[in-house]
Design a protein around this ligand. Sequence first.
Ligand code: FAD
Length: 702
Amino acid sequence: GTKKSPPNLLSFDASHKSKPAPTASKKERNFVKKMKEQVSVGPQGLCVQDLDIVRGRNVIFFYGSQTGTAEDYAARLAKEGSQRFGLSTMTADMEEYDITYLDQLPEDFLAFFIMATYGEGEPTDNAVDFWEMITQQEQPEFSKSSESEDPEKPLKNLRYVVFGLGNKTYEHYNLVGRTVDKRLSELGATRIAERGEGDDDGSLEEDFLGWKDDMWKAVAEVMGVDENSKNKGPRQPAFEVVEKDDANLDNIFLGELTERKQTNGTRPIYDAKNPYVAPITTRDIFFNSDRRCLHGEIDITGSGLTYQTGDHVAIWPINAESEVERLARILSLTDKLDKVIVVKSTDPASTKPHPFPVPTTYRTVLRSYLDISAPPSRQTMSSLAAYAPTDKTKEILTRLGDDKDEFRVVVADARRNLGELLEWVAQADSEATSFSTIPFDLIVESLSRLQARYYSISSSSKAHPNQIHVTAVILDYKPTSTPERTVYGVATNYLWSIHSQLNRIQDGSPRYNIEGPRGIYVSKDSDTPTIKLLVHVRHSNFKLPRNPALPIIMVGPGTGVAPFRGFLQERAIQKRDGRDVGKTLLFFGCRRSDQDFMYQDEWPTYFEKLAENGSRMTTAFSREQSTKVYVQHRIQEYREELWQMIQQGGYIYVCGDAKNMARDVNGEFVRMAHELGGMTEEKAATFVKDLRGRGRYQEDVW
Ligand code: FAD
C-alpha cells in the first residue's frame, strides 16, 4: 500500500504518553490540588448539560494496573459513585501523580486503592514507586512530614478503601492489596469499608460485584450521602461519540496506540504506553492437527530497545476480522465501519479526555482499541438490557445480569464474547434482528481496552542483542459447556495469522488485518514481505545467578522451556568466553517426542559446550507409555543429584503452568528437603520458602 503522512500527532491528548519530559508542558502531579480545582459538574457528577454546581472532587480512585482490569474497576467504581451517590469522583493512574501528597487529602475526602498483584507478589509497573515508598521505608516521607506533629501517623487524616486483584494459583495471593491496606493503616489512615479481594483464577468479576454492595453502604454512611431517587435518573453516558462527515482522512488514527513523540532528536523511550513497531519473522516449531506452536524473531535493531535474558516481551494484538465483523453486524454498524468518529469523555475534568486516540473509525475501535473477544461482565448485561430492541431480549439480558448461575453458563463458561452473546440473545426472538438500539458509547464504556500479552523471551541478550525470540503455543479450545464452538486466543492467533498469511497456509483459523494502519506494518521491499507488530519489553526478576559457576536446575515443560533456551544460550556463551560454568540441568516435558518436542535440534548444540560437568537435558514425554510421566517424576528420579546441587548453592528455576506444574514441582523440592535433608516437613517447607526469599528458587509462571 502507499504510505500516507502520519496523523496529526497533537490531537490525542495526554494519558497515553509516557512520563513527560522535563521540558514538556507540565502535568499536575499534585492530585489534591487537582481534586480541589473547580470544575463544572451537574447534579449527577457526570452530566454536562446542567452546569449548576461548581465544585471539586472528593473521592479519588487510584489504580495499580498491569493488564487493565484494575483500571477498569476503578473507572466503574468512580462512575457508580458519581451516578448512584452523587459523589464527585476521579480516577488516577498511580504513576501519574505524586503520592507523597496523600497526607494533604482533607479528612472529608476519600481515597480508593484498586491494586493488582502481579507475578510473584509484585506491584504492577505503574505502582512500583508507591510500593517501594510504603514497603521499603519504615517512615515514608510525605509532603508535610517535616512539619508533622505526629510523625508516626502522617496519614491520620486519610480515609481509604482497598480492593485487591490477585490470583490464587500464585503463592503471594493479593499481596499488594493486603500490604497497602496494612501499611496505610499503620501510617494512621482509617479504612472505612472491608477490603475486597478478587481471584482471577476463580471469578474475579463475581468477587468484585459481591464486595461492592456492602462497600457502598459503608461509604455512603461515612460520606453522608444517600442513594436517592435524584441519582437514579436515566443512564449518564461516560463517553460521547460524535460522527464526523468532514474529517480529513489523513489525520485519523487507524490503530496507532500513541501519537508519535516529538523527541527533539533524542531516541524515544518505548514502554507499555508507547510500544515499538518491530519487524517479526516466524517459523512453526510444530504444527499438527490439534496443536500449533510458533517461534518468532522480533528485530529491535536500532530501536534503542534492550532486554536482559529472562525478561518478558509484550505483544500488542488486534482483534480478528471475523470478530470485528460479527459485532458490527449485530450492532448494525457494518455500513458505517469506516465512518470517522471522535470519542470523548463526558467528564469535563477527566484526566483521560479520550479513551483511545481520536479521531478514528468504528472499524479501528473494534479492531484495535476494544477487547471485543473476551466475555463481557455481568454488570454489562444489565446496562445492555435497558437498550434491548424487544421485550423478550430485554428480559433475557436482565436475567443474565441478575442471575449469577445463568450468566456463568451462557457467558463465562462458554466464553461468549459480546458479539456472540448478542447473536445468542437475538436467536431467542425472531423480532430482534439487530441491536442497533445500543448506543456505541455504551459499547466503549462496557468493554475493556485491548491489552498486550506477555511472553517469556526465549533468546539470550548476549547471543542475540538485536533480536527478541518468542515461543508461543497458539491458543484454541472448545469450551466444555459448548463443545461445538471453537474459541481462539487473540494474540496467539494474530501471530499465527501473520505466519499463515506469509506462508500461504489455509487452515481455517481466523484472519487478521496484519498490514496495520495505512499498510505501514508491511514492507514489500524485498521478495518476501516483512510484517511488523507493536511490542515493548518488561523487565523481570527471573535471572541467572550472577556467578555462572553456580549450578542451576531448570524446570520448563511445554512453552515453559522458553526462557531456558535463553539461559542455555547465555551459559554456552559464558563457557565459550572461558568462564567457569556450573552444572546446568534442564527438565523438559511434553506429550510425545515426535509431536511437540520443541527446539529438538537445538538442545544438543547448547549442551555440547556445557556437557563435561554432567550438564544435560532430561525429558518427560507424558504420552509415550501407559502411565503419564511428567517433569515432577523426573525430578524425583534424580533427587540425590539435585539435592547435592542445592547444597552447592545451586539455583532452581521453574517456568510454565502456574496451576498444577509449579505447585507439584515445589512439592517435590519440599519432599527432597524432608527426605534427604533430614528436616521435618514443616522445616522443609520453610527451607524452600527461604530459597525463594533469597532468589535461589525463582518462578516465571502464568
Ligand atoms: P486470550 O485471548 O487472552 O485468551 C486467554 C484466556 O482464555 C485465558 O485467560 C483463559 O481465561 C481462557 N482460556 C484459555 N484456555 C481455556 C480453556 N481451555 N477453557 C476455557 N477458557 C480458556 N505463553 C506462551 O505461549 N509462551 C510464553 O513464553 C508465555 N510467557 C508468558 C509469560 C508471562 C509473564 C505471562 C503472564 C504469560 C505468558 N504466556 C506465554 C501466556 C500469554 O501471555 C498468553 O496468555 C497466551 O499466549 C494466550 O494469549 P491469547 O491472546 O492468544 O489468548
